[in-house]
Design a binder for this molecule. Sequence first.
Ligand code: SF4
Length: 51
Amino acid sequence: MAKVLCEVNNCHYWDEGNKCGADAIYVVSHAGDKASRSEETDCKTFKPEDM
Ligand code: SF4
């Protein structure tokens, strides 16, 4: 499995060392089903840590 590094430290799945602890993540594009730049993508698995 790919290792995911992430700086969103208020996510429920975030672990020390900027590691994502989710079993899998779902990445979406804001530009249809393709993207031209990383800024057009987002992690849909994000969940606030207090939920
Ligand atoms: S689920 Fe997404 S936002 Fe949350 S720690 Fe993992 S990569 Fe980051």
